[in-house]
Design a protein. Structure first.
Length: 113
């Protein structure tokens, strides 16, 4: 799926998967007001990317999250050079991670094709 369909989304490039869970699943019960605006209702939404390494190859997912759900809007396999670097950085551990700066740069390019 191409990311250019989402080029007008406000992507929160700094939101990590852990921060998203804290903000949207534990809203009202956190002290993140200085770094992120507080979540006030299910109408507060964030768009952010994660790198999913649970499969055979690392996949980047664009996530839309509010206090009720998280929906994957798009999923793309990482190019082999970025996948190799990412595996090296994470020790090939399975999980959901925040994208590295080179991956963010690649994603920004994909969004404007």
């Amino acid at each position: 799926m191409q990311l250019d369909a989402y080029k007008n989304c406000q992507i929160n490039w700094d939101l990590t998967p852990e921060e998203a869970v804290t903000l949207y699943l534990e809203w009202g019960n956190n002290n993140w007001h200085g770094k992120h605006p507080p979540v006030r209702s299910k109408h507060d939404v964030a768009h952010y990317f994660v790198v999913d390494t649970w499969g055979e190859k690392p996949t980047v997912r664009l996530v839309r999250r509010n206090s009720e759900e998280a929906v994957d809007l798009a999923a793309l396999p990482l190019p082999e050079n970025l996948a190799g670097e990412f595996r090296h950085e994470t020790g090939s551990r399975k999980g959901i991670y925040h994208p590295t700066e080179p991956i963010k740069d690649w994603l920004k390019g994909q969004m404007h094709h």
